[in-house]
Design a protein around this ligand. Structure first.
Ligand code: ZN
Length: 434
């Protein structure tokens, strides 16, 4: 791996598809060797599977490698997955585990440089230009969102305003005073910010943002349209996860806004059946599996992300050769089974956000009563809505039944502003009390 740290990563690699494929082959071979030689966890796993690094000649052999699940991070906590000595680790991040220990991730100097480059590349694809001002409202700290966007913005040659999450009054003032061209935050925070602007007598559409780079939470096309209308912006979906690197694994291009280009010279995507783990044919929807191709500190082989999406096989209008993945529409751990019907929370969101009279604020409460699962939905009517709560309930019931074949046990329509907003961190919409 010597020498790679010194390699400068071009922001856009400008490779042909076949050059990209050659690079993936080489890098997978190096990554497997690094994992086998330096991470006892992987040596054991590969030995158990009867796979030697010598068997891996390139991407065609990737399916023979064992998958990695989030359990590995738990079992090897804190640094059992590191492939380098502590002295070579330049930074630690951690993902907020909902239960138990967080997943620790380490980066060498070279890893940080490559991460900044993919975020810079992502921002450029989103339409952000050198010299622009990017207001970064992702949380700083162990969460990868804040520092990831921060370093990438600087690497692009744009100006970063390191706001971090929350402090919305100040976000608005800074945006106006600095003329921020772009805002990076979660989709739910975009809407929160727009609401706060209105409360202060500001027209959110008059804020200087032209682009919002949104990620870290699943969202749907209707919600994106809501954000674009509320702030008069182009909303670009960025994807990433700490276990692989952080934000910047994939992003939509501003030209097409149709699927997220996966930076395949750094991360190799596959789609598998979430139940069986079998690789699915091209174009089918399933669970995204990612392999790092250049990570030195913590190579990760075939990580089961839990994110449900698909890979597009057609070429993009923008001319980039990297394949695209669809917006993440759900997570395997987001799957609700309500009275035997499988449904993703985000599918319920898609239905509700698609109803004009419903505000994009809702919560789903799951309970178990007498061994039966129940689902209750609480929604706010849109402020401009003139329908009665009874009419709204009937509309929601009809649409959920038609589109998802689910019927909630209760639909509570509450006054606008009642449902708690998330100012800092990821929004929580599903409350499982079972
Ligand atoms: Zn494109």
């Amino acid at each position: 791996m010597d020498g790679r740290s010194a390699m400068t990563v071009p922001i856009e690699p400008e490779l042909s598809r076949s050059e990209l494929a050659d690079r993936q082959d080489e890098r997978l071979v190096e990554t497997v060797a690094n994992a086998y030689e330096n991470v006892p966890f992987y040596r054991d796993r590969l030995d158990e599977h009867g796979v030697s690094p010598d068997d891996i000649d390139g991407i065609d052999d990737i399916g023979t490698l064992p998958v990695t699940t989030k359990t590995a991070f738990r079992e090897e906590y804190p640094d059992g997955l590191f492939a380098v000595d502590d002295g070579e680790i330049n930074r630690i991040h951690a993902s907020s585990g909902t239960t138990g220990k967080p997943k620790i991730v380490g980066y060498t100097d070279g890893d940080l440089e490559r991460w900044a480059a993919v975020v810079a590349r992502s921002l450029a694809a989103a339409g952000v230009e050198p010299g622009d001002t990017v207001q970064n409202a992702y949380g700083y700290g162990l969460f990868t969102g804040g520092l990831g966007l921060h370093d990438g913005t600087e690497r692009l040659g744009a100006t970063v305003v390191p706001m971090g999450g929350g402090d919305t009054a100040r976000q608005l003032t800074m945006a106006q005073d600095l003329g921020s061209d772009a805002l990076a935050c979660t989709p739910s925070y975009c809407l929160y910010l727009a609401d706060c602007a209105e409360e202060r007598g500001l027209d959110p559409r008059e804020l200087p943002f032209e682009t919002v780079v949104i990620g870290a939470e699943p969202f749907t096309d209707p919600m994106r349209e809501e954000i674009e209308a509320a702030l008069d912006v182009t909303a670009i979906d960025i994807y990433g996860l700490s276990e692989i690197v952080g934000p910047g694994v994939a992003i939509e291009c501003a030209e097409a806004q149709d699927g997220l280009h996966v930076w395949e010279d750094q991360f190799y995507p596959e789609i598998v059946d979430p139940d069986t783990g079998e690789t699915l044919p091209p174009g089918e929807t399933g669970e995204l599996v990612l392999t790092t191709l250049t990570k030195e500190a913590q190579p990760i082989l075939r990580y089961r992300t839990g994110d449900i999406t698909r890979l597009y096989e057609d070429e993009c209008d923008c001319g980039r050769v990297e394949r695209r993945m669809g917006n993440v529409t759900g997570r395997t751990d987001d799957l609700l089974i309500v009275r035997g019907v499988n449904v993703y929370a985000s599918q319920i969101e898609a239905v509700m956000v698609g109803i004009d009279d419903v505000a994009p604020h809702y919560r789903i409460d799951l309970r178990r009563e007498d061994s039966l699962d129940t689902m209750e939905i609480t929604v706010e009517p849109h402020e401009r809505s003139a329908t009665t709560p009874a009419e709204l309930r009937a509309t929601i019931e009809e649409r959920l039944g038609e589109e998802l074949d689910v019927s909630p046990d209760g639909i509570d329509v509450v006054e606008p502003g009642t449902i708690e907003r998330t100012e800092v961190g990821k929004v929580k919409r599903v409350f499982d009390h079972r």
